[in-house]
Design a protein around this ligand. Structure first.
Ligand SMILES: [Zn+2]
Ligand SMILES: [Zn+2]
Length: 182
């Protein structure tokens, strides 16, 4: 089964985080299977609603369908809620959260790099652990043929003017302090 082959490959790549990642992958796969199962339940309910409506049409009284259709619609609404809960669970396993602007971000982001939205502060202890990476870009001089090439790499190493945090390529705001980048 290719699923287990894939799983074995992931684990064999080494370190313990790979095992942890594999466990997360299994859990996410399980949740996704539950979600697609629930989507199929919804499809069945839609089909059954359609049948009830058609029966009412044939009997020249659509109101006959109402008593059958309403409980099924309520069931669909309940399943939508369950699917949303499963999706939330997947996001928390991946350590992600959604910004109000729709951008998907790592759980520990304090400011959205796209819209500047500020998230509630994480537990203060976490802040001390966050290393501020300010190591400057060092050009690779091993290959003399490429020494004339423009230093594109400096653009990839943009850092926040205010706090020195490395920025994403498409950042409009520093993810650590919220300072606008341009
Ligand atoms: Zn945002
Ligand atoms: Zn900053």
């Amino acid at each position: 089964m290719s699923f287990f082959k894939k799983l074995t490959d992931t684990v064999s790549k080494g370190v313990s985080t790979a095992t942890e990642k594999a466990q997360q992958t299994v859990e996410i796969t399980r949740l996704n299977a539950q979600i697609s199962g629930k989507r199929k339940e919804i499809d069945k309910l839609f089909a059954s609603i359609g049948e009830s409506v058609y029966e009412g049409y044939q009997a020249h009284d659509l109101s006959l369908a109402q008593s059958k259709v309403i409980p099924k619609c309520e069931e669909i609404t309940a399943i939508h809620v369950e699917i949303a809960a499963l999706n939330d669970r997947i996001k928390s396993i991946r350590n992600e959260k959604d910004c109000v602007c729709g951008k998907r971000l790592p759980e520990d982001t304090r400011f959205c790099p796209a819209c500047g939205n500020r998230f509630p502060d994480p537990i203060p202890v976490e802040l001390e652990k966050t290393p501020v990476q300010v190591d400057p870009y060092v050009p690779d001089e091993l290959d003399s043929e490429q020494s004339d090439a423009p230093s594109v790499a400096t653009d990839q190493r943009q850092i926040c003017n205010s706090c020195g945090t490395p920025l994403y390529a498409d950042s409009h705001f520093c993810p650590a302090c919220g300072e606008p980048t341009r």
